[in-house]
Design a protein around this ligand. Sequence first.
Ligand code: ADE
Ligand code: ZN
Length: 344
Amino acid sequence: MPLTPQLAEKIRRMPKAELHLHIEGTLEPELIFALAERNGVALPYPSVEALRRAYAFHDLQSFLDIYYAGASVLLTEEDFYDMTRAYIAHAVADHVRHAEIFFDPQTHTARGVPLEIVMAGMERALAEAEIKLGFSSRLILCFLRHLPEEDALATLDAALPYFRSLPHRLIGVGLDSSELGHPPAKFARVFERCRALGLRIVAHAGEEGPPEYIHEALDILRVERIDHGVRAIEDEALLDRLARERIALTVCPLSNTRLKVFDDMADHTLGALLDRGLAVTINSDDPAYFGGYVNANYLAAFESLDLTAQDAYTLARNSFEASFIDDRAKRALIGELDRFWQAS
Ligand code: ADE
Ligand code: ZN
């Protein structure tokens, strides 16, 4: 069934949560150039257009190389504040009520930018948005999996003061960057420490990596959600387990097609995963690099796949159910979603 203008409008306007969003992946080329100029950083591209033209990726690594280069313009608290504010404006426009936002501290501390600057800039923007816009948010610190586990352990140590002083914001840890060759088991010790600290746990798994990495994320890291997870479709027993245990997948359709996980959106397995009873959610991953924010991801999936209004409701409901907010806040947001669908 083709996506009708009425359903497209409902999807745009329905309240939703975003659970898979890298804040460094929201740096639009215009902001990269503005921050480079403000900070006197030389960029290897002559113009915004030339930089945008470089966003032609053939796999995850070809994207990550450009993504880390883009993040090199972030130096001051103001830079992290401006980046976070710009994302919030996009999210609010897309009717995102709650976001759980990833950040990569090692990308910044390795360049000599103190964690204090990173945290202060993001927290100022998020606290302001909470008060002025009612925009709810949490932060999830991601370890870079291409680096040794010792680096992740040191990063956790450095972040302990923020887990203590910002418990309402900084709530958990994740695992991202180059997946192939860096299985979850490589990070068993650091995640064990995180669990002992009572932190929420997620990890990227089954984006490019095999279903075995999803098993490891569940069994060794003991994740509560799987980021991407689309390769679960290759493993029947895993699908049964994900459905039975209600382990949510934070799926990112435009990311998956831009990084050639699927050649075409029509090949995306999101619909099949939903039909199999999995708690699928739709998210934008790195919207500045992949062609759009969360609503663009919903609409791209609905344009190419055989999805219904009931699926739209289920996807948004899953996004609230799978979030790490408390039950009362969850019920309030799901109530808002229900009223939205009943009103039309
Ligand atoms: N870092 C930013 N986006 C990512 C993705 N899609 N996979 C792994 N690491 C990432
Ligand atoms: Zn991601």
